[in-house]
Design a binder for this molecule. Structure first.
Ligand SMILES: Nc1ncnc2c1ncn2[C@@H]1O[C@H](COP(=O)(O)OP(=O)(O)O)[C@@H](O)[C@H]1O
Ligand SMILES: [Mg+2]
Length: 270
């Protein structure tokens, strides 16, 4: 179970991303980035955030703490933007909170160097969860306290939008040619040897158990939230053993040559 807190103040929308998360303050006097159940991408985005975020932390990655954030839309009444008003109105109840990292910078491949071991671990993890949202255009990583932090796991496990076709989809190669860490010579095989044995059914079940029931009810083809949780566990457990064999990286050197700096492409992130 995630810790449950209540949003007490809507501070401001965060417009860099595509889903219009909001910065809020909560009953534990902590600031969170709030991701809304009423956002266009739907509650599966939040399920993906929880399973992948909690799994990543258990594998040793830095991920800001996640909480279940209760929202009474009335706290956003003063917000002038009608788009934000609509989002808040559609999101009463349980939403996702990610602890806000103050003074964090967006990852910039020119300003921050990543060792091949760390790059390999991130690329391997993204292959495991089919993350399509960690490209150099849109890295979804922050640098905070001198360290690399992973955020935004909403666009992962794309196969959960069609469970019937999931096994076939998941067997496809993972294209990492555009990955933000591809230029750092990621040691994917080394990462697989280190991390795959840690992705046990038990660890996966713990991550899945953290998803609030309300986001897993009434899933077509499943007999309740625990059955959906088991499906995630099975898919990820199966992928962990062999996914490194299906990671496509750019030929060495090619990625660097075509790279444009983060600050030149600013505004193209989402
Ligand atoms: N925990 C955090 N701490 C500080 N800034 C964050 C945090 N999470 C997100 N942000 C900022 O908000 C932006 C949008 O968040 P993100 O999770 O990527 O949402 P989206 O789904 O809209 O892309 C990020 O690019 C980053 O600049
Ligand atoms: Mg994002």
């Amino acid at each position: 179970m995630l810790t449950e807190v209540t949003a007490t103040r809507y501070v401001t929308p965060l417009r860099e991303g595509g889903s219009l998360p909001g910065l809020v303050e909560a009953s534990d006097l902590t600031s969170y980035v709030m991701k809304f159940t009423g956002a266009g991408q739907g509650r599966k985005t939040l399920v993906a955030e929880v399973i992948c975020g909690q799994l990543a932390r258990r594998l040793g990655f830095r991920v800001p703490e996640l909480v279940a954030l209760d929202l009474d839309p009335v706290i956003g009444l003063g917000e002038p933007d009608p788009e934000v008003q609509e989002l808040l109105k559609a999101s009463g109840g349980t939403n996702l909170g990610m602890r806000f990292l103050p003074r964090a910078l967006g990852f910039d491949p020119l300003a921050y160097t990543v060792a091949p071991e760390e790059a390999g671990r991130v690329v391997w993890f993204d292959a495991l969860i089919n993350n399509v949202d960690r490209s150099w255009r849109n890295p979804n990583m922050l640098v905070h306290g001198g360290d690399l932090w992973l955020i935004d796991h909403g666009a992962t496990m794309i196969w959960h939008h069609n469970w019937r076709g999931a096994p076939a989809w998941a067997a496809r190669p993972y294209d990492a040619t555009d990955h933000a860490l591809a230029p750092f010579g990621p040691d994917v095989a080394g990462a697989a040897a280190e991390l795959a044995p840690l992705v046990t059914e038990e660890v996966l079940a713990q991550a899945a158990a953290d998803v609030p029931d309300v986001w897993l009810t009434d899933e077509p083809g499943f007999d309740g939230p625990d059955a959906v949780r088991r499906a995630y566990v099975e898919m990820l457990a199966e992928r962990a053993a062999t996914v490194h064999e299906r990671v496509a990286l750019p030929e060495s050197g090619a990625a660097d040559a075509t790279r444009t700096t983060g600050w030149v492409t600013q505004g193209a992130t989402r």
